[in-house]
Design a protein around this ligand. Structure first.
Ligand code: 5GP
Ligand code: ZN
Length: 116
């Protein structure tokens, strides 16, 4: 599985940087975002290092997206949000700041003020 030694998310996968894990298997890791836009904001990443959605092949995308319902339901159980946003930022122009593909799961609450 590809890793990039300079990539912060590869370091999280390797355990060199600590994270609050939500879910893990051989191919996918989900962990709480360090800067939560809402309670339970989680990032889901493939263990295979790919930069963004443009670089992602079907096998990596299938494996990653297949896990999303399970992880979203785990967040629903833990945090009891009213809904959830599922999103990806690809390239700086779209707000990407870490260049290892990640899906944001952002639980939404009736009382939240939205996010940027
Ligand atoms: P992007 O802006 O690329 O779509 O999202 C990157 C996300 O990674 C941001 O929401 C940011 O808070 C999060 N992040 C950056 N560095 C770390 C880290 O070291 N640990 C964790 N848990 N999240 C991080
Ligand atoms: Zn990486």
């Amino acid at each position: 599985m590809a890793r990039d030694e300079n990539c912060i998310f590869c370091k999280i996968i390797n355990g060199d940087i600590p994270s609050a894990k939500v879910y893990e298997d051989d191919d996918v890791l989900a962990f709480l975002d360090i800067s939560q836009v809402t309670k339970g904001h989680t990032l889901v990443i493939p263990k295979n290092h790919v930069k963004d959605i443009y670089e992602t092949d079907e096998a990596t995308a299938s494996t990653l997206f297949a896990r999303i319902p399970k992880i979203a339901k785990a967040l629903e159980k833990s945090f009891e949000p009213a809904g959830i946003n599922v999103l990806n930022n690809t390239k700086e122009a779209a707000g990407q700041s870490v260049f290892h593909l990640h899906i944001h799961l952002i639980p939404r609450y009736d009382e939240d003020d939205g996010y940027d």
